[in-house]
Design a protein around this ligand. Structure first.
Ligand code: CA
Length: 523
């Protein structure tokens, strides 16, 4: 006769074998969004003048998405696309309603995940839509806020915990306050004598003026000479808030949107560190830029190590990306899209920030998650920011709350590339309300810095053919179509439209569709 203990053990074994599998809890999702970071700013993608070891570790242990595209060629459309799951075809996030207010957004990733039981947190920079008054660096924050056209903020759109030091413009690194809600903010009186305009004036004032930004130890100083140890570098607040949020919510699923202002200008760091005494050809902006990359990398390391310390690594997915292509030229005072002669961080593309031509929307994109993401791997399959909402929904096992143009890339995360259908089209509408429509634009000609007459819409066909639709005046003016094979010509220098009229026709049909289907995100 079996003993009671043996019977019980057998019973438990049978119970284990016959009980339905308990699904793993939905994973924590962390999206670290860098600002204006170029492919060539990461040592894992070839930068040798400075190192980004924490980001390199994510790339090494996780999966590199080598053909990932932002939501648009600059901050606002890109971030709006990321968080709403809509392509920049829906241009109205940048438009105003009859009262001059930015139109409402579609439901966000945060609203969807919150409805599914996730704790949600937004840190750093917001910049959905474009409250223009906040671009005026010469105004104080109080003046900006008083004059600003109200915009929807993250606490209106599904984020429980918010620390926003950079609404759209204003000083990104030493803000005078961090907003937490409509009536809640953390005042930072320590930063009263630092503002974006001051930083800009110094950076554009030549080496002597730039040198006055730092003391003999390479520490940043404000206009009264107070050094960074007496100021509040907002990135430190974001890191602390990220750690507190993860610790508080370690026992429930969470979504952390870490939208650091790094590497956006006006350039700002706490100290130049190892780059302090770099000689020519390094300039002051070079020292700042390299030190900023170090700060960005530090934030990534702080978050990753905390995930591991909390024992959450196998049930957390970290996505790391930049919000648009190469932008550094703008902060160094060079002609548009020209490469940096020292850092050579532009990459193989012939354009960058502000245009949908290849180089403006292709971005570094890394996924890390030891429990779920294919390790030590890379994929060339194409994804876009507007796929993130559907992906987060699949991970959280919850449906989107509104329409989305995106497709979940969970199979790609898991290394099952063969299970991911090839995308017939990925689209990016130009967002010309930012840049005036001026002169000429021909992506097959090297950038000269001359002004642009018109900007192209872009479509990627079959994850291979990158097509631009150029129109010198509004529809129904005829389109000029250019087609490039990004597998053979990633810089998009050899137009194939004459040899491949079939592709040109497909692209033209997509652009005509764009012109006919420009709807607001609120619709
Ligand atoms: Ca940006």
């Amino acid at each position: 006769m079996r003993s009671i203990a043996t019977s019980l053990a057998l019973f438990l074994v049978l119970l284990t074998r016959t009980a339905p599998a308990v699904p793993a809890p939905p994973p924590n999702i962390i999206f670290i969004l860098a600002d204006d970071l170029s492919y060539g700013d990461l040592s894992c993608f070839g930068q040798t003048n400075f190192a980004t070891p924490n980001i390199d570790r994510l790339a090494d242990q996780g999966r590199i998405f080598a053909n990932a595209y932002a939501g648009g060629p600059w901050c606002a459309p890109s971030r709006t696309s990321l968080l709403t799951g809509r392509s920049s075809l829906h241009r109205k996030p940048l438009a105003r309603d009859a009262h001059g207010r930015p139109v409402k957004f579609n439901p966000t990733v945060a609203e969807m995940l919150k409805a599914a039981g996730y704790a949600t947190c937004a840190l750093g920079k917001w910049h959905m839509a474009e409250p223009e008054e906040t671009w005026n660096f010469a105004k104080t924050w109080a003046e900006q806020k008083a004059a600003e056209i109200p915009a929807e903020m993250p606490w209106h759109r599904g984020f429980d915990v918010c620390r926003i030091g950079y609404r759209a413009g204003n000083n990104p690194y030493y803000p005078h306050q961090i907003e937490c809600g409509d009536t809640e903010e953390i005042p930072l009186p320590q930063n009263a004598n630092v503002d974006g305009d001051w930083l800009n004036r110094y950076l554009h004032g030549g080496p002597a003026a730039a040198a006055a930004l730092f003391d003999a130890h390479g520490r940043f100083v404000d206009r009264t000479g107070k050094d960074s140890s007496q100021l509040r570098y907002a990135e430190d607040d974001y890191r602390a808030a990220a750690l507190a949020f993860m610790e508080t919510n370690r026992n429930r699923p969470f979504f952390l949107y870490y939208a650091t202002p790094l590497m956006h200008g006006p350039l700002g760091v706490k100290e130049l560190g190892e780059f302090k005494d770099r000689a020519q050809p390094w300039t002051w902006p070079h020292k700042l830029w390299a030190a900023m990359a170090g700060e960005l990398d530090r934030s990534v390391g702080v978050i990753t190590r905390e995930v591991e310390r909390l024992g959450l690594a196998t049930n957390t997915i970290i996505l790391f990306a930049s919000d648009n292509g190469y932008a550094e030229w703008g902060y160094f005072g060079r002609a548009e899209w020209t490469d940096d002669p020292v850092f050579k961080n532009k990459g193989p593309w012939n354009r960058g920030k502000f245009v949908t031509a290849n180089g403006g929307v292709i971005v570094p994109f890394i996924a890390w998650g030891p429990g779920r993401v294919a390790a030590h791997s890379r994929t060339d399959r194409a994804i876009s920011f507007y796929d993130f909402l559907a992906t987060a929904g699949e991970l959280a096992r919850t449906p989107p709350l509104g329409p989305t143009d995106g497709v979940s890339f969970v199979p790609l995360l898991e290394g099952r590339d063969q299970d991911q259908p090839v995308r017939a089209t990925l689209v990016w509408a130009h967002t010309s309300n930012y840049l005036s429509m001026t002169d000429d634009f021909d992506p097959s000609v090297p950038a000269t810095g001359k002004p642009k007459k018109y900007q192209p819409d872009a479509v990627l066909l079959d994850e291979r053919w990158y097509a631009l639709g150029l129109r010198k005046s509004p529809a129904p003016a005829p389109l000029t179509i250019r087609v490039f094979d990004i597998t053979a010509d990633p810089g998009c220098r050899h137009d194939l439209s004459a040899r491949r009229p079939d592709l040109a026709a497909r692209a033209a049909a997509e652009f005509q569709k764009m012109d006919g289907v420009v709807i607001g995100l609120s619709e």
